[in-house]
Design a protein around this ligand. Sequence first.
Ligand code: IYR
Length: 221
Amino acid sequence: MSYTPVPLNFDVNSPEEMEERARSFFEEMNRRRSVRDFSDRDVPRELIEYAIRTASTAPSGAHRQPWTFVAVNNADLKREIREAVEEEEKKNYDERMTDEWLEALHPIGTDWQKPFLETVPWIVVCFAQNYGVDENGEKVKHYYVQESVGIACGFFIATLHHMGLATLTHTPAPMRFLTDILNRPDNERPYILFPIGYPADDAEVPNLSRRDLDDVVQWNR
Ligand code: IYR
C-alpha cells in the first residue's frame, strides 16, 4: 500500500437532492425484511459477485479487510450444511435455549427445521479473519475484526436488497462446523450465514414494526 494520499472522489449534491436521495434510500431500506420462505429460482453468479464486491468496500480496522465470503451453490454441499445446521438447532430448541429465549422467538415463528438452506440457489457464509497470513506465512495483526466484518455484512445485506434479492441473517449456534465443511483455515471463524434467493410466491413474514426515530435517537446531552 502506498503512503502517498490521492484526491478524494466525492459528489457534492444540492440540499434538495440530498433530501430526495435520503428519503428514497430510507424508503427502500425500510422495505427490507428477513425472509425464511424462498423460491428455488436460480440467481446468476454475477449478482452474488456484485454483492460480495460491494460488501468488501466496507471500512475496516487499519484497512485489513478481515473477511472471506464463501459462496455455495452446489446442491450436495447445501444439503450437508442443512443437515449440520439442523442437528445443532434441534439441540438448541429442544435442550439448550431457555424458556425466555424461546418465548422471545415465538413471534418470529422459527423452529429447528431449516429447509430453506436447500431451497435457495445460494448460501454465502461470511468468515471473520482473526488475523491475516502474509505471502511468507507470517501472521498479520487484524484490528476491530468484529466491527469491520459486521459493517461488511451490513453492506452485503443492503446490496442484496437493493438488487431485489432476499436473505436472512442466520447464525446457527455453534457454527464452527462450517469451518470444516467449507474447508477454511485456522485464522477464520464463521460470522454469519446468508441464504440468498427470491422469496417464495407465498412468502410470509412476522408482523413486526420498527422503533420510531424518537425512540432510537438522543440529540445532544
Ligand atoms: N439460531 C436459531 C435461533 C434464533 C435465534 C435468534 I436471537 C433469532 O433472531 C432467530 C433464531 C434459529 O436460526 O432458529
